[in-house]
Design a protein around this ligand. Structure first.
Ligand code: TEU
Length: 545
């Protein structure tokens, strides 16, 4: 009989999860691309940072047409990163340091070099092999319908025998047909492969997209069909219910985390029903401007939608797909435009950094779990000025450079030293990282920040330690305090108070009498406080006694 699930099995309810983007994390073998040996070397840094879990972007065998999100073999590691033994060692060593491990599973598509797709192309029209994908005849010389790829251009590519196949991303990423029973069986087996090797959970890539309108009706952007032909269709939930059954076969149960880009909190919550995923990224929060009313609205809407399904709210500001938030928050329009990356408007990095410090303290004070993207703890900014010749993201190429793409947030980390590769590549002689690092990152290395109490890195370390000590209450309780609409001010259980000043005037620091308690202690401030006041773009954590 299965044992009862305990609160500690539900680590994902309050975990701080750090995204390791392997190709840009640490390069042990000196080829300019990060690898698993590099990760192993730097695991103690992650444990010392104070996070609870690591999410690894895809490390599977892949031609790397989309940085590993084009998977050729889910049961093997790409030689660029190492081998299966390295992945097993990462899992074991992370566990020994108290870190959970989440791997990245891509259900929507595979690589065009995956054995299934190669077999489908070879087998020809009408074959069962083609049933695992979306092959169709064209309309004359035109694709079967008007769907556009998320990366730009048509979502269809023609094979030599004249049929077309669907790819909602790059042509090297053919979409899998989830109506084929082979698909579900294969993926469930892949899940077991990694759960058996100790993976504590999975991040599910592009999780709203695997179910398609079987009629493949035109999208007709002027008059879009309802429901959407490939986003958030009801049938997609069947996939995750089956995956939840697999996850629950394990002790402790494995966690399912959805990459769900939906601006409808109630639709998102449907993925978090008790028999589906455990948790999902909060992209409404990521998209939100540094604006007190908008933030408060998103926070409340998030909590409300999640409480209904007893799922933890989550908070995220950066990942490998979006403009780094130090840069976003330094722009006049600090929201993230999901489909157009405008990299030309002026950036005030000092302001962006001040806001990012306050935002970290907000994320960590909110109920639920938090995702961090590698490098945000170093205060890294978006590298906006990468030369076109260095860019690698298919978005850049498929939009003819209209959208510069995501390379600017993927630049390899600066660890130490005064010049590129900044310790990213362990043997630096003659090594060029796969994307060039800005020379001014000499001031942002982990080495130079370590021990500097004013650094971003030490803010992350201290805040993560204090969160464990003072914010370990489970549940979604958060009480807003009355006051200025430009100040985010709430309490959490256990005498914890958060205040962030998003106005352009200093506001008074709460004291014992305003807080109705006998004493107020400042646990942490995101920047210097001035004479009993909290300056603009500054956050404080307080404990009332
Ligand atoms: O992203 C899904 C997705 O929809 C985003 O790609 C987003 O639309 C895009 O980055 C534009 O901002 C996931 C992965 O996170 C991304 O890296 C992959 O490229 C994509 O899936 C395809 O696997």
């Amino acid at each position: 009989m299965p044992r009862t699930v305990t609160r500690s099995d539900q680590w994902w309810r309050s975990a701080v999860i750090y995204q390791v983007y392997v190709r840009s994390f640490a390069d042990a073998n000196g080829d300019g691309v990060g690898d698993l040996a590099g990760v192993r070397e730097r695991l103690p840094y992650l444990a010392e940072l104070g996070v609870d879990a690591l999410w690894f972007s895809p490390w599977f065998a892949s031609p790397q047409a989309d940085a590993g999100y084009d998977v050729a073999d889910y049961r093997d590691i790409d030689p660029l990163f190492g081998d299966l033994a390295d992945a097993e060692a990462v899992i074991t060593e992370a566990h020994a340091l108290g870190l959970k491990v989440i791997i990245d599973i891509v259900p929507n598509h595979v690589s065009d070099q995956h054995a299934w797709f190669k077999a489908a192309v070879a087998a020809g029209p009408g074959s069962p092999e083609r049933e695992r994908f979306w092959f169709r005849p064209g309309r004359g010389d035109l694709p079967p319908n008007d769907w556009q790829s998320v990366f730009g251009g048509p979502a269809w590519t023609r094979v030599p025998d004249g049929e077309w196949y669907l790819h909602l991303f790059a042509p090297e990423q053919p979409d899998v047909n989830w109506n084929s029973p082979d698909t579900a069986a294969e993926h469930e087996d892949v899940l077991r492969f990694w759960f058996d090797r100790g993976a504590d959970g999975i991040r599910i890539d592009s999780a709203t997209m695997p179910a398609k309108d079987p009629d493949l009706a035109d999208f007709d952007a002027a008059n879009p069909p309802q429901p959407h032909p490939f986003i958030d269709r009801d049938a997609v939930h069947d996939i995750y219910r089956a995956w939840r059954t697999v996850a629950d076969e394990y002790d402790p149960p494995r966690a399912l985390i959805g990459e769900i880009w939906l601006d409808k909190p109630d639709r998102l919550a449907m993925y978090l029903r008790p028999d589906e995923m455990h948790t999902a990224f909060n992209f409404d929060y990521l998209n939100c401007a540094w604006d007190p009313k908008a933030l408060r609205h998103v926070i409340d809407a998030t909590i409300k939608a999640h409480v209904k399904v007893d799922a933890p709210p989550t908070w995220v500001l950066s990942n490998h797909d979006v403009t780094r938030h130090v840069t976003r928050y330094g722009r006049a329009d600090s929201s993230f435009g999901h489909t157009t990356r405008q990299h030309t408007t002026p950036v005030d990095l000092a302001k962006g950094t001040r806001r990012a410090r306050a935002a970290l303290m907000l994320n960590l004070a909110l109920p639920g779990s938090v995702y961090l993207y590698q490098g945000e703890e170093l205060g890294l900014d978006e590298v906006d000025d990468l030369p076109a010749a260095a860019r690698q993201d298919p978005i850049f190429f498929r939009t003819g450079g209209q959208d510069v793409g995501r390379d600017g947030c993927r630049v390899p980390l600066p660890w130490s030293g005064t010049a590129p590769p900044f310790g990213f590549s362990f043997s630096s002689a003659g090594v060029s990282p796969w994307l060039p690092q800005p020379t001014n990152w000499a001031t942002r290395t982990a080495q130079i920040q370590s021990g500097d109490p004013e650094s971003m890195l030490e803010l992350y370390r201290t805040a993560l330690r204090l969160r464990r000590e003072h914010l370990n209450e489970a549940g979604a309780d958060l009480d807003w305090l009355p006051g200025s609409a430009e100040v985010l001010n709430f309490t959490r259980p256990g005498g914890f108070t958060f205040l962030a000043n998003l106005s352009d005037q200093a506001v008074p620091l709460p004291n014992a009498s305003s807080a109705g308690s006998s004493a107020v202690e400042v646990l942490l401030a995101s920047g210097p406080l001035t004479a009993g006041a909290v300056p603009p773009d500054t956050a404080v954590w307080l404990r009332t006694i």
